[in-house]
Design a protein around this ligand. Structure first.
Ligand code: ADP
Ligand code: MG
Length: 677
């Protein structure tokens, strides 16, 4: 048997199990060895039953009695109970819905049992223990690996299969260069994989985790460093820093830039005044004023004779940016173009021709900017707003439309924690706007139960009388989509008929025609509408400073990041703003999530909480199309991360990656995720 043999060679793998394994990507012995445990349970080994304490325990005992019955409360539930005994005492064990146990566990025989000894519904007993006959084959260790399980593939099955082929790990090649394993005192990959699956003790497990984590992080960081090196060696157009332009730009504003904005703008203007392409991410909480920083860079690009493009995720946002950019940039003689899918045919043709001939200098738009028909005359600066909304391919297509490597600025309000940024975006420079424009009052956020709705409505109505405006956000467009969840169409009708009858109410959602959407947004902006009932189409970017109240219906249906973004639509002026989250959910996780919004307005803090609650795979995994695959490494392990970073830096400064074929192959595969190309 070799690592490339089929798993059908293993004892116990018939057609059914074979197919189930194939379905989760396990075809060969190598695949199986590469299927890592999800966690490890360690059992305190008990010599005698009289010493048993609550918790995970492992001991040998005889089955004194065993019987199966149906639950009296829930007929479909079967309960198997056994009394286990040794010469010092007895213990009760219970299993649910495993009726066959009553025949497979033999009365009078001795087994090794492993399970959780706990107190539950009136009894103290061993809950669903695993068991095996003691003998030369018994797994001696009291740490056992728990794998990602399915109905057909249990951890017990995987453990049995792995036991048969554990020796094949010796055929696995070590990807890490020898000098790294030596300098950092790492065990071999062969040992690490063996220990990961069947550790004899905690020390082996820790050594294995360290080795595998090191490798996972090393590959990602190395990839980032290599991309960075490539970018630094390709050449971009130089956009000269002209202090007159910067002064004029600032002079056109009605307010002063915050010092964080100035600092960010400075880094960007310095970056683009170079033949090395900029690759910078601008992180700043909702409302921190990122747009202006981007527009200033666009003004500078124009001054050096280059076009710039700003790509945003929604048409509403594109139009809004277009209007605010025109106000400022027109005064500097810069011509702005708007390109979105929903333009009249003739208008679109005009814009496309203008872009191609260089008659527009700064082009703002949606993903329409990357469609085939678009040809830029001399694109020098690419800005991607709300970058997490775009896929890797969309960003790279946009970049590819420039004749040279353009300078790239990505902007986001969903910050990536430092430790993760280092791993995932090792290639990226980061600027942070950590300050809001002066005079902003923190938004007061309240989680509201249905029974308090009336009080909230009365308060809101009095604020409307004072000229303030309201957003009402619902999770769905129409009711039929999902029962019991609020939809904008129904809510719009109800609000018009009842409490807010005298008020002017508008409705907006993604399925409306562009013309209608624009009309409604314009009316809301100019104060002709008091209350705007909306889906999350308004989630990003929309800027109406006079809107100070937000109601979010069915708040439990939104993620923390989305709620924070939505809430960021208010609190944009100097008036006190309110956000009311309606939810009747009593799921403790939901309450914790919504409660976090009540406690803080700080998007960075919320991102951290979100990460802790959901884990990086769920958040950044989906963001990066499910490839971010740290299976063993812990992104909070700062010590390890900085150790690996140093190792990776030292390594590429000394060696040519191409001499390490397998490592090079790994890095190549990872490039597609970590690069912002
Ligand atoms: P975001 O970072 O969320 O994209 P925006 O760029 O949309 O934020 O800015 C939010 C609002 O703040 C806009 O109305 C903008 O004109 C205003 N703004 C930006 N910078 C300042 C500043 N330094 N002082 C006052 N208001 C500002
Ligand atoms: Mg923005």
């Amino acid at each position: 048997m070799t690592i490339s043999s089929s798993i059908s060679r293993l004892k116990g793998v018939g057609p059914i199990l074979g197919k189930a394994l194939n379905d989760i990507g396990i075809n060969t012995i190598a695949d199986l060895l590469n299927y890592y445990p999800r966690r490890w349970d360690s059992f305190q080994s008990i010599s005698k039953i009289q010493n048993i304490l609550p918790g995970l325990v492992s001991f040998e005992a005889k089955v004194e009695n065993i019987a199966m019955r149906r639950s009296s409360r829930q007929k479909s539930l079967t309960i198997t109970e056994a009394i286990l005994a040794d010469e010092t005492g007895t213990v009760r064990a219970v299993w649910f819905n495993q009726p066959y146990l009553a025949t497979s566990l033999l009365k009078g025989s001795t087994y090794r049992f492993r399970g959780n000894y706990e107190y539950k519904s009136g009894y103290i007993s061993l809950a669903s223990p695993t068991f095996e006959k003691p003998g030369p084959d018994t797994c001696p260790e009291d740490i056992i690996s728990i794998y990602p399980e399915s109905k057909q593939i249990t951890s017990t099955i995987i453990r049995k299969l792995i036991k048969q082929c554990l020796d094949c790990t010796n055929q696995i090649d070590d990807i890490l260069p020898e000098e790294i394993t030596q300098n950092h005192k790492l065990i071999s990959t062969q040992d690490a994989i063996k220990f990961l699956h069947q550790p004899k003790n905690n020390r082996e497990l820790e050594l294995a985790k360290r080795r595998i984590s090191f490798e996972e992080i090393f590959e990602l960081i190395l990839t980032g460093l290599i991309i960075k090196k490539n970018i630094k060696t390709s050449s971009a157009v130089k956009i000269d820093y002209d202090s007159n332009i910067a002064k004029k730009f600032v002079g056109l504003l009605k307010f002063e830039l915050t010092s964080a904005q100035k600092k960010a703008a400075h880094s960007i203007l310095v970056d683009i005044d170079s033949e090395r392409p900029m690759n910078r991410m601008l992180e700043g909480d909702v409302g921190s004023g990122k747009t202006l920083v981007a527009l200033m860079a666009a003004a500078m690009a124009n001054n050096s004779g280059y076009q710039s493009v700003i790509m945003v995720p929604t048409e509403i946002l594109a139009r809004q940016h277009f209007i605010s950019a025109e106000k400022i940039l027109n005064k500097l003689g810069i011509k702005i173009g708007l390109l979105i899918s929903d333009l009249k045919k003739s208008d679109k043709e005009d814009v496309l021709a203008n872009i191609k001939e260089g008659k527009v200098d700064c082009i703002i738009g949606t993903h329409a900017l990357i469609s085939k028909a678009v040809e830029y005359k001399n694109l020098g600066l690419v800005v991607v707003d709300e970058q997490h909304r775009f896929g890797v391919n969309q960003r790279s297509t946009l970049k590819g439309k420039a004749k040279y490597m353009p300078h790239v600025l990505t902007m986001t309000a969903t910050p990536i924690p430092r430790s993760l940024a280092l791993i995932v975006y090792g290639d990226l420079d980061v600027s942070i706007i950590d300050e809001l424009p002066p005079g902003r009052k923190p938004i007061i956020t309240k989680l509201v139960k249905e029974i308090d709705r009336v009080h909230v409505y009365i308060h809101i109505d009095s604020l409307i009388s004072q000229g303030q405006q309201v957003y009402v956000v619902c999770p769905l467009i129409s009711e039929s989509d999902k029962l019991g969840v609020k939809s904008v169409e129904t809510e719009f009708k109800i609000l018009q008929k009842t409490v807010f009858k005298p008020r002017r109410i508008g409705l907006i959602h993604g399925k409306l025609k562009a013309e209608e959407k624009n009309k409604i947004m314009d009316e809301f902006k100019s104060g002709k509408i008091d209350m705007l009932v909306a889906t999350s189409v308004i989630e990003v970017g929309v800027d109406v400073p006079n809107a100070t109240i937000m109601i979010i219906e069915g708040a439990e249906r939104f993620g923390l990041a989305a709620l924070h973004q939505l809430r960021g639509r208010v609190g944009r002026g100097d008036k006190q703003s309110h956000c009311y989250l309606f939810s009747d959910s009593d799921n403790p996780n939901t309450i914790k999530r919504l409660g976090a919004l009540e406690k803080t307005n700080d998007g960075f803090r919320l991102a951290q909480i979100d990460l802790e609650m959901r884990g990086p795979g769920e958040i950044y995994g989906t963001m990066q199309h499910g490839i971010l695959d740290l299976r063993i490494a812990d992104i909070y392990d700062r010590e390890l991360i900085s150790e690996v970073k140093e190792a990776a830096e030292a390594f590429i400064s000394k060696h040519n990656l191409l001499e390490y074929a397998q490592l090079a192959e790994k890095v190549n595969g990872l490039k597609s995720i970590t690069t912002l190309d």
